[in-house]
Design a binder for this molecule. Structure first.
Ligand code: SF4
Length: 289
């Protein structure tokens, strides 16, 4: 049995940066330090942060004082205003790539365009982007949905930074039929595109593929969907304990990939679990960065 780890697996630049900012903030600031929402979709890492004095809160209303860290997904302008009103200190760990998408949305809104955003309605990045669109943003989740849109003279389309490239292309193609002048901005970040490509390449050459990551992580779920299109024997697991021997039956080559918030330790634990069960040497296509 051979185990191959997808290239570019591991925490993305934006999540690593946000973790570093949170730890530096804790060192420098007195009083309570909390992140607005989980910094990363990994319960162990969140627990570790908590033990170091960095809480995660879903609602700023429960905070009376202290410092609030904005996570890599970014937030809408309303949230900054809410923090100022409550006199809470804000430390902004929004990923610079997401910041650029927010600026793009704000500029397109100023130009008066309808902005189609291909993304998940409930995803925090999308909620932030909608906040910058001044009511001109429209979330689209599938090309089918485009059929219901009216014909327009001008429109722009862009994507959540972790969107499935294949879906984005299909939505953009469908919008061409509905728009005389369509501006297309591929805002899927480079790290996401490379990760998706590496996962689909791996899915094409292994018998079984495990996607490791939090079930609430949107980019990890997309990797799962991408891999499933190629390889039905794809499993979405949150941790190594979920690997069962029945999943590995008649498998000679096993692939492992993870999302932007999957720590390298989670990938290593999956490799150890498979090796412990089968006691075979493994080969790594790439180590997590
Ligand atoms: S996936 Fe890309 S855009 Fe999103 S936080 Fe990571 S590096 Fe930034």
């Amino acid at each position: 049995m051979e185990i191959i780890i997808a290239k570019n697996t591991g925490l993305c630049y934006g999540v690593k940066r946000a973790l570093k900012i949170a730890q530096e903030t804790r060192r420098k600031r007195e009083g309570r330090v909390a992140t607005l929402g989980d910094l990363i979709h990994n319960p162990q890492v969140i627990e570790d942060l908590r033990s170091r004095g960095i809480d995660s809160v879903e609602d700023m209303d429960i905070l009376r004082d202290g410092t609030v860290i904005i996570r890599s997904h970014g937030v809408s302008p309303d949230v900054y205003a809410g923090l100022r009103k409550r006199k809470l200190e804000a430390v902004d760990a929004t990923c610079p790539i997401v910041k650029r998408i927010q600026e793009l949305v704000a500029r397109l809104a100023e130009e008066g365009l309808e902005i189609v955003i291909v993304g998940d309605e409930e995803h925090p990045e999308i909620k932030g982007l909608i906040g910058y669109s001044r009511g001109r943003g429209r979330i689209v989740v599938s090309e089918k949905q485009v059929e219901t849109l009216p014909h327009k003279k001008k429109r722009a389309v862009l994507a959540q930074s972790t969107q499935d490239l294949y879906l984005f292309e299909r939505v953009a193609a469908a919008l061409i039929e509905k728009t005389a002048e369509l501006q297309v901005f591929n805002t899927i970040c480079h790290s996401t595109q490379t990760r998706q490509r590496a996962t689909s390449e791996l899915a094409a050459k292994v018998d079984v593929l495990f996607i490791v990551g939090g079930k609430t992580s949107s980019n990890t779920r997309k990797l799962y969907q991408i891999s499933r299109r190629i390889l039905p024997r794809t499993y979405f697991i949150e941790n190594a304990d979920q690997i069962k021997s029945r999943m590995l039956q008649r498998a000679n080559t096993i692939g492992i990939s993870g999302g932007a918030s999957t720590p390298p330790e989670a990938i290593e634990a999956a490799v150890r679990k498979i090796r412990r069960n089968f006691e075979q040497p493994h080969h790594e296509e790439s180590r997590a960065q």
